[in-house]
Design a protein around this ligand. Structure first.
Ligand code: ATP
Ligand code: MG
Length: 399
């Protein structure tokens, strides 16, 4: 006897009416990709859950692999047995004996298959009695048990589960279109990417860098951040924009107080162009209301003027410590705090306007012809793709 299956429960996607099939297919695809290195396992999806047949793989390792997959509400290791009373008893006993630190238990039988000859209530008692008679030191507590043994008698087989592990929640990545994430090397934008992915959105990234003012290592940092984000999705394409010339022109031609606003507007213009080319319908930033000069209401108003693409700002109303907590949880924090310069900090004006006006920015911009440099910059974009590391790669890294 052993745990030979994982039951994956869908949660929110179960509510999605006619889109349900698309959601479950995508989740199935995401789970299958993540578990590809474990060649023994077989995955079967049904309307309301997925069954992973372990074929000898360790259930806790497989569940650990699935904890980053959005769209999973919860998971349990399960024992699959035929619909026979004695075997079910044996499996329930195995499940109870496998638990640690429990003194009280409760058995919950759910009889989906009405052909099974014993009713749920009665079988609850039969199993409870069997467990009490064959173990030492346990008592039954039907209100607040330390452990609940679930016995689900379905059409073709019975599944016995005990512990429920929470999944990542959210929606399967790839079910809600794509966004272009403005990914700096900072703490915020990777968290913004993670949160959009949580709602089922696939992320492509755009990064503005300004060599030689920003180094290769600063670029590498962004690649590493994107690599980390692939843990929650499949792959992340990064569009690296050579921003030096435009930044120098802005620095030279635009009055100091407005150069940052113009620089941000250029970022938006270029991002929109890339999004259009890649068939992406929105932009995402790590902006957070009031954090710095470029993130005041006035600034956002002036920056936003140049695009009518929706800009998703998942961090807008969060406190910095909430953002940092998430970045630690998703393992981007240590990468983000590596001390490399960002293109924005290199050219940061001494006194940026915290309340820039749309008409003034537009006026200053109208005095300079940026068009050739803008096109040249877009021409020079380099695209890199990072894909999810399989657990084999992770093992290789450790060795
Ligand atoms: P972050 O921690 O994400 O860098 P921040 O608090 O430092 O954010 P800003 O530097 O003002 O804030 O940047 C605001 C947002 O603009 C970032 O979250 C990011 O989405 C985008 N951004 C800033 N710099 C770059 C860059 N070099 N490349 C791409 N996007 C950028
Ligand atoms: Mg930053």
């Amino acid at each position: 006897m052993q745990y030979d299956h994982i039951i994956i429960r869908y949660g929110e996607i179960a509510l999605k009416g006619k889109n349900r099939k698309e959601f479950t297919n995508k989740l199935h695809e995401n789970v299958a990709r993540k578990l590809k290195p474990f060649s023994q396992i077989k995955i079967k999806k049904t309307r309301d859950r997925m069954y992973v047949h372990l074929n000898g793989e360790d259930p806790s390792i497989i569940m650990e692999q699935c904890t980053d997959i959005f769209g999973i509400q919860s998971m349990s290791a399960a024992i699959k047995v035929p619909n026979e009373e004695d075997i079910i008893k044996e499996a329930a006993l195995y499940a109870l004996n496998k638990t640690e630190n429990a003194q009280t238990f409760k058995v919950t039988v759910k009889r989906v298959n009405k052909e099974f000859p014993i009713g749920s209530q009665q079988f609850n008692q039969v199993l409870g009695g069997h467990l009490l008679a064959n173990t030492d030191g346990y008592t039954v507590d039907v209100h607040q048990p330390d452990i609940e043994i679930h016995v689900e008698i379905r059409q073709d087989a019975t599944f016995i589960t005990s512990k429920k592990v929470m999944g990542a929640g959210g929606l399967p990545v790839g079910t809600a279109g794509k966004t272009l994430l403005l990914l700096s090397g900072g703490i915020d934008s990777p968290v913004a990417g993670y949160l959009t992915m949580k709602r089922g959105v696939q992320v492509e990234a755009i990064h503005f860098h300004s060599p030689p003012y920003t180094s290769e290592r600063a670029k590498q940092k962004v690649i590493d951040l994107a690599q980390q984000l692939t843990a929650f999705g499949n792959k992340v394409k990064i569009h690296v924009v050579p921003f030096t010339k435009l930044q120098q022109t802005i620095h030279r031609e635009i009055p100091n107080g407005y150069s940052m606003t113009v620089m941000r507007r250029m970022m938006m213009r270029i991002s929109e162009r890339v999004a259009e080319k890649e068939n992406i319908l929105s932009l995402t930033t790590g902006e957070n209301l009031g954090q710095v000069a470029s993130q005041t209401m006035e600034s956002m108003n002036a920056i936003n003027q140049v695009t009518n693409y929706p800009i998703l700002r998942p961090l807008l109303t969060m406190d910095k410590d909430e953002i940092i907590d998430i970045s630690k949880k998703i393992n981007t924090y240590d990468i983000s705090i590596r001390p490399f310069e960002d293109c924005c900090t290199v050219f940061v004006p001494t006194a940026p306007k915290t309340k820039p006006k749309r008409d003034k920015v537009a006026y200053y911009e109208s005095l300079v012809d940026f068009s050739a440099e803008l096109e040249e910059t877009i021409e020079g974009i380099e695209t890199i793709e990072v894909t999810q590391k399989s657990s084999n790669d992770e093992l290789d890294d450790l060795l």
